[in-house]
Design a protein around this ligand. Structure first.
Ligand code: PEP
Length: 248
């Protein structure tokens, strides 16, 4: 499979950044063997879709559980698909902690996204105390299976994001990340059968140009979900380029 790198701009960005980023991106060599996706804040989806048409795929950072109705402030998967989104991040640790999203809600969102033709990027990851207590495999396995209840495996992406590595500058070591991706792969195979071998498992947590090559050199790592380092075209391109090199 091609590498997959997803930029999560979170609640950062502006029309000026989109303009600057797209000009810089156009000046960089085109990459092969990698799908690069940009997930801006919702109000910028149209502008990003237009500015990066044919250059980057479009993604969203969240979607509603519901298909439509009286849900003020929510955005339906179908609407995202209509705006050109191909991917949607679901169950990011910030949504799980700040908005109390449960595994069951994540699973509903993933099913809704799948039904709308989107690729749901389901995020899982343990907290620092859980890793320090050696509970990470059990915690992530439980979270994963709960978040995938009745979710079809087609178009699914799993992102392993240890909470202690997100936005902290502290990356999981390649061995820690690769081991956990191996555990996730095993769970996916048990759950989906042979199709579980085809689901991309990407890593997120302070991925930067400096550590991307080593991470992508690991057998079980198929790409990255990138926060901070995705706000600069050059650094996101360098990460995408490392993913591409790992696949060539
Ligand atoms: C993220 O937003 O999912 C993330 C991994 O952020 P950062 O790369 O900044 O750690």
């Amino acid at each position: 499979m091609a590498g997959l790198v997803i930029a999560n701009w979170k609640m950062h960005g502006s029309l000026a950044l989109i303009e600057e980023f797209s000009q810089q991106w156009r000046g960089l060599p085109q990459l092969s063997e990698v799908d690069a996706v940009l997930c801006p804040p919702t109000p910028y989806l149209v502008a990003v879709g237009e500015a990066f048409e044919g250059l980057l795929l479009l993604g969203a950072q969240n979607c509603a559980e519901q298909v439509e109705g009286a849900f003020t402030g929510e955005v339906a998967s179908q609407m995202l698909a209509e705006m050109g989104c191909k991917y949607v991040i679901i169950g990011h640790s910030e949504r799980r902690s700040l908005h109390r999203e449960s595994d069951a809600q994540v699973a509903i969102k993933a099913r809704t996204a799948n039904a709308a033709g989107l690729n749901p990027v389901v995020c899982v990851g343990e907290a620092l105390e859980q890793r320090e207590a050696g509970q990470q495999d059990a915690v992530v396995s439980e979270q994963l299976l709960g978040s995938l209840a009745q979710v079809p495996c087609d178009n699914l992406v799993v992102a392993y994001e240890p909470i202690w590595a997100i936005g902290t500058g502290r990356t999981a070591s390649p061995v820690q990340a690769d081991d956990m991706h191996g555990v996730i792969r095993q769970r996916l195979q048990e759950h989906f059968g042979a199709a579980g071998s085809e689901i991309p498992i990407i890593y997120g947590g302070s991925v930067k140009p400096e550590n991307a090559g080593v991470l992508f050199g690991c057998d079980n790592i198929d790409g990255a979900l990138v926060g901070g380092a995705s706000l600069e075209a050059k650094s996101f391109w360098q990460i995408a380029s490392a993913a591409s090199a790992g696949r060539a």
